[in-house]
Design a protein around this ligand. Sequence first.
Ligand code: HEM
Length: 158
Amino acid sequence: MELFPLAARWIHLLAATAWAGLLFFFVLVQHPALAAARADGTAAGITRHIAPRALWLFRWAAVLTWLAGAALLGKGLLPALQLAPGSILIGVGVWLGTVLLASVWLIVWPAQRIALGLVPADEARRGQARRVAWIAARVNFVLVLAAFGFMAAAAHHG
Ligand code: HEM
């Protein structure tokens, strides 16, 4: 077995696990916990100490997933992006991964910076940013389920 594709596949799987795992954590654990923590005044522990660290890993794991996936595809990246015959399953997976990566960096992270108070903003703007981040996380949750499906189908049923 060649070493390069094996290493790229390994990195892709580790990074995708970290990325999607954190998304599950945000949607299924942190968000409900924050609602409860706000009610008893302990939310700062999450917003100051947990969320910024989790978001750091989340957004860089997304980049690594994309890069390792692209390395794995090599010359097959362009046909996948063009949804060429024979590359449709992996192509849809790549597009889902690309939309997700863009959403993490262009929607979720800027909104979370405001929501978590990492950049100055009034309370109304922070509330609005919280809402945007929450809607984006839910949409991404569904998209990541689909991305896993297309990746698995491309690898085993393509
Ligand atoms: C949310 C984003 C992504 C997730 C969760 C994800 C997950 C996975 C998983 C779990 C596999 C292994 C499938 C299996 O062996 O059953 C896989 C394979 C693969 N992924 Fe991804 N991936 C994502 C994005 C990407 C992107 C953006 C690219 C390319 C730029 C990519 C390229 C590949 C390739 C080439 C394979 C190997 C397919 C094969 O063996 O035929 N992935 N991915």
